[in-house]
Design a protein around this ligand. Structure first.
Ligand code: SF4
Length: 176
């Protein structure tokens, strides 16, 4: 059975910067939870940040790939550099995903860690711009497909494809 990495805040865990959750009521998530597929994970908490914590955005709205490349930082509104924690959280997410041979993740849209279509633009004015969060960028770099909570049907379609046509050697833990 394919496992799915999922943002912990979507599963009702109060791990967001403001101490709240963003619980998803999606029926598919409920089914997958019952099946034991879901691996709830919060990259920012696992990267060492507290709850609550100051909101943070990627400078210039550059997106996760630029952070991974060392070309952009993740900053709080006060200008504190939290890039290291975001990178550590992304690496921790990748390690967990690999340990369960995860191929599909469902992560909270818009987050500087978890966004897969949009991130905030670095101005702290609530403006979004197209881009990936830091964890999403790292997971996708390693072949893991990331979908936001509005694209769970797409995630389900990908999962069906994977389960219908498993890769040769899938499950052997080759880590590629
Ligand atoms: Fe949710 Fe991801 Fe933010 Fe954690 S880092 S609170 S899982 S959106």
């Amino acid at each position: 059975m394919e496992r799915i990495l999922v943002s912990a805040c979507l599963m009702g865990r109060k791990v967001r910067y403001d101490g709240a959750a963003k619980t998803s009521g999606d029926a598919l998530l409920a089914v997958w939870r019952e099946e034991g597929r879901l691996i709830p994970f919060c990259p920012e908490v696992e990267g060492g940040l507290p709850v609550p914590r100051p909101a943070a955005e990627i400078e210039g709205g550059a997106g996760g790939p630029a952070v991974l490349a060392g070309a952009a930082r993740v900053l709080t509104a006060q200008g504190d550099d939290v890039t290291g924690a975001f990178l550590a959280g992304a690496q921790a997410a990748l390690a967990v995903a690999r340990s369960f041979d995860v191929k599909v993740a469902i992560l909270k849209e818009g987050s500087p860690s978890c966004g897969s279509l949009t991130v905030y633009d670095g101005t702290f004015r609530g403006n979004r711009t197209p881009g990936h969060g830091v964890t999403t960028a790292l997971l996708e770099l390693h072949g893991i497909a990331v979908f936001g909570e509005e694209r769970i049907a797409d995630a389900a379609a990908r999962l069906r494809e994977i389960e219908a046509f498993p890769r040769p050697g899938a499950g052997s833990g080759d880590g590629s």
